[in-house]
Design a protein around this ligand. Sequence first.
Ligand code: TXA
Ligand code: MG
Length: 323
Amino acid sequence: MSNSQFFSNCTADTIRKAAAALRDGHLVAFPTETVYGLGADARNPEAVKRIYEVKGRPSDHPLIVHISSTNQLDKWAKEIPEYAINLARAFWPGPMTLILKRTEITQDFITGGQETVGLRVPSDPIALALIQEFESISDSAIAAPSANRFGQVSPTSSADVQEELGEYLSSFDLVLDGGNSVIGIESTIIDCTGANPAILRSGFITKEDIESKLGIACVGQVNEPSIRFSGSFKKHYAPRCRVTFYEYPIDGAGFLALNVIETPPGMVRLASPATVEEYARLLYSTFRAADHRNLNILAVIPPEGEGLVAAINEKIEKASLGR
Ligand code: TXA
Ligand code: MG
């Protein structure tokens, strides 16, 4: 059951209300093009503390600060390499988070005590309007992790958010509805503290996209060895049911594959994405659907190829390790 206020008609008035709630130290869950986020004032330690409580997340995990444009970068980050500016110009607003050296404004309760900060300009119009409005009344920005309980699948709709966090939110907190997330998997996280960019978490923006747009090589490993990010945990993003790679038909088990692949006899087809992009968009909602139907097993045939396919495979592999 949810205690929070729910808004599915995100008019300018709703956006003003939501920004005011953030200013007053409350939480606002909002849509982004990747997954839904659980937002708080990035300069309010009490509000940020509530994010950790509501998520049940360890407090040393850093949060992404969501800003309205590249112009806000040097407020939160310093010593920004040129390639990071080029990445921002090429892919923001969009599904990409940059890890940069932090300024004094970015405090320990955001970074988990690390000297770096994650920054992102989302492209979802409700997210952007909310960040802009909040920046204009606060001299701050919105810290937001994905709006799920720690270790669970990220939400891609406002109903998912209610399911995950409803009972933990207060009557002052808000949930904004913006339909289904169009990308459906979390942003690509790129460490920009070294001489070359390094992908920490794969996503819709791929190594190939970065290298072809920027003409600069992504290095394989993490520049900063002490860096902490939840994508680095082996077990993550897992539904309750067991996720396996399809080998042979299992009676009554859930099934996910591209639409060109027929449903094996006796299996429960949960989604039939026509493209790799649609596969990414439907992945997490399919995990949830398997749990809603109380299935014990979800067998998956991942798409083949490079780029976004690698990100999808990574999510499925992690889910297959269980909770
Ligand atoms: O698509 C997304 O990125 C979504 C939407 C809401 O923007 N957000 C999201 O946040 O996925 P979260 O907290 O669930 O995952 C962000 C990841 C975490 O694994 C966190 O550890 C990592 O980003 N992160 C944040 N700041 C970092 C930093 N300074 N250094 C390394 N990793 C960082
Ligand atoms: Mg998350």
